[in-house]
Each structure stands twice: as C-alpha cells, then as structure tokens.
Design a protein. Structure first.
Length: 427
C-alpha cells in the first residue's frame, strides 16, 4: 500500500494539489478569512502546550550549550531569535496557505549536534555550516525528490517510524511522574477529568492548569532571575570551512529532512491530512538559510510540535486545527523577539511538567501510529524493525534514529517481504 493509497482509504483532508513542484493550497486569503472561527479553547490550548514544549527544554539546549562554549549573551539571544522568529514565520506561511496544522521551529537533535561541535569550530564557521545545510535542504526540495520518495515508502513502515520516534514522549510521562509525583500526578488527574467529563475542552488543558497549580503550591517553580535586560539581536558574519560543512552542515541537513520533516509528514498522515511534501522541504531550506544570519542553526518544519497541533487535542474539527499552528507561530515569534528576557523565564518551569504535557498531548498520535503500523498484513516485519530502530535512539554519522529506521525498515521488507512491494504495485 502506497502513502497515497492509504490517504484515499482514510479520506484525507483534500487541501493540497500536487501537480506542481510547489504544491497548491487554499491560499492565504482563505486561511485568514476562516481563522477567527477556528480560534477556540482547543486550538489555542494545543498551541500553548506546543509552545511550552518548544520553548523550554529545547531552548535550554541552545542556552546551556552556548554558555558552556563561551558564547556571549548577545550571541545566544540572537541564536534564539533566529530559530524562533523564522520558525514562527514558517508556521504562518504553511498553516495559513495550506490550512494545515504545520508548525515551524528548528531541529532539536540538530541543536544537540551543533552544541557538541561548538568547541571545534569558530561561531562564524558554524554559521557557514548552518547556511550550507539550508542550501542542501533547499536543493533537495527543489528537485521534487522528497515527494517521490514519500510516495514510494510503504505506509506501515512510515507509521512505525512515527510510533518509535514519539514513544519517548509517552515514557517521558512515567519518568516525570517518578521525579515529581505531586505535580505530574496532578497534571494527569486534570487530563483525566477533562477528558472524561468536559470533552469539549482538551484534556491537556486540564493537565496544564492542574499541573501549574500543583507546582505553585509545592514551590516547584524556580524563582525568576533578576536583572533581565532586553537586547537586540545581531547579524553574524559567516565563515565557510569545508571541515565544518562536512562535520556539521551535511548531518544537520539530513536531520532536518530525515528526522524533523519526516516526523511532521508522518504525523500529518496519521491524522489523515495530505502533507505538501515538496513545499515543507523547500521552506525548511529557506528557513535554514535565513535563521543563520542571526546565528540560528536552522528553521524548519518541527515534528513534535506539528504532532501536538495536529492531534485531537487541537479540536474535533480537523479542518480548523491549522489555527493551533498559527497561534503557536505567534508565540514562537514573541519568544524569539523577547529572547533575552524569555530565556530567563523559561528556566522557572518544572521540566517534569513540560515533559508530562508533551506526552499527554501525544496519546492520540501514538495510538493511531501503532494502529496504522500493524493493522495491514503487509510490511509487518519491516514495520516492526522500523519501530525498534526508531525506539532505540540509534545515531550513525550524526544522523538520528528516525532516518535510519526508515532505511533499515524498508531494506528489511525488500529482503524478507519482497512480495508485498509487488502486490502493492499491482493494487
């Protein structure tokens, strides 16, 4: 079964036209016109949960890594500005034009990769590598190759990759509950109460409210540091180094395509949307070129935040969930503009509560991903292998597990289940 066959079976939202390199959509006028009627507690609540997730732990990777490697506060604030402002702008463009819950941010594994390499290269050389990564992603998007590959990939294997890549958010709730039982336990109670008795309000909103109240009562919030000053971002002059491009730029480009974009495309298909594969790659390349101008390592489609904003937690009306991506984009832009102050405020939130909110928001996505992986009798071995590899956290050549899970899962099916490919082509 191809991705498009699966989409027809599930009656996906028909908002994307794939006849051209840049897929067509309803357009900005339609997205803006219908936006007000889709702004409700569900879409806004999901947007805040996605923003809380994206502006806490991931931001601290950049902040702590920059500080540990001797970057100035202005450089770190500019880095934050680049990834959040341009990531937010990607949300505006994609969500409003396609009326799909596509969220822009940056690669979290990419941030880990970059922080680890900061000690080996100057910041200017790193920025040159970031720009090179953006160019690579843009060129791949312009070839149309991504859509061809995505169309060919067996759907069960793609869904197994999504299940394995996102399962850490589910287990993260358990880990968080062990570390901070009162706060996380309260968040879970809030989720259960709203999910059971007030179904019009997403359960994750109840988790946020109950968890925040419990954190305040137990003193789990870290006091806000004083002396916060708003500073303007600064442009960074790139310096192109072949070593930095090979060590950082190429792996970063593969992470953007093979991890973030692949996850986002997969979760959209789980929710029965029709993703604009080429456009998602092209705009990730453009963002990867613009964000480094301020020191940001990239700005691209974000897998986990797209999962939150496209899930049932963003409302029962699938056609209106794009409003969550728009609101999330606004929050990301504000966070980036106020980076020098916002990064201090981020540290006040209990990380366990953030982990619990992200995991609870992923329940629906995880459930559908597992169901889609194994309900078809074809590609079962390949799907299982993809699931295991994605769950393992495997990293080879600085490329993370989601990419390798697809590769290894497909190769496994080609070797052990070749008839499934033949039957799929004949169907």
């Amino acid at each position: 079964m191809t991705i498009h066959e699966q989409e027809r079976d599930q009656e996906p939202t028909p908002t994307v036209v794939e006849r051209t390199l840049v897929e067509g959509g309803p357009g900005f006028a339609s997205g803006l016109r219908d936006l007000p009627k889709h702004l409700n507690i569900s879409t806004i609540g999901a947007a805040f949960v996605a923003a809380i997730f994206g502006c806490t732990g991931p931001a601290l990777i950049v902040i702590n890594g920059g500080q540990a490697n001797g970057l100035t506060d202005v450089q770190i604030s500019s880095w934050i500005f680049g990834i959040y402002v341009f990531g937010g702008l990607i949300s505006f463009v994609m969500a409003l034009y396609y009326k799909l819950p596509i969220v822009g941010a940056y690669s979290i594994p990419g941030a880990v990769l970059v922080v680890a390499a900061l000690a080996d290269y100057t910041f200017g050389e790193m920025v040159g590598a970031f720009i090179a990564a953006g160019v690579i992603v843009l060129v791949i998007g312009l070839t149309g190759l991504v859509r061809k590959v995505a169309t060919w990939l067996p759907f069960p294997i793609v869904m197994a990759m999504i299940a394995g890549a996102l399962i850490r958010f589910g287990t993260g709730v358990v880990d968080a509950a062990q570390a901070l039982p009162v706060v996380v336990g309260s968040a879970i109670v809030g989720y259960l109460l709203l999910s059971r008795f007030i179904k019009k309000v997403p359960g994750v909103v109840g988790a946020l409210v109950f968890g925040a109240v419990a954190a305040a009562i137990t003193g789990s919030f870290t006091p806000l540091p004083g002396g916060l000053v708003l500073t303007a971002p600064e442009l960074v002059m790139p310096s192109f180094s072949l070593g930095a491009i090979l060590a950082v730029g190429v792996p970063l480009a593969l992470l953007v395509i093979g991890a973030e974009n692949a996850q986002a495309m997969g979760v959209l298909m789980v929710e029965r949307y029709r993703p604009p594969f080429n456009s998602m790659t092209i705009i990730s390349g453009v963002g990867g070129i613009l964000a480094p101008l301020f020191g940001g390592h990239n700005a691209n489609i974000a897998g986990p935040m797209t999962a939150i904003c496209s899930s049932e937690q963003a409302g029962e009306d699938k056609d209106g969930r794009y409003a969550a991506a728009v609101v999330n984009g606004i929050l990301f832009v504000l966070f980036g503009v106020l980076a020098s102050v916002a990064v201090g405020a981020v540290s006040t939130l209990p990380p366990e509560l953030t982990a619990a909110l992200a995991g609870l928001a992923m329940i629906g996505v995880l459930l559908q991903a597992f169901q889609s992986s194994f309900r078809d009798k074809r590609f079962q071995i390949g799907a299982l292998v993809a699931l295991v590899v994605a769950m393992s956290g495997l990293t080879l050549f600085h490329i993370s597990a989601p990419f390798w899970s697809l590769v290894i899962g497909v190769v496994t099916s080609l070797v052990l289940e070749p008839k499934d490919f033949v039957r799929r082509d004949d169907s």
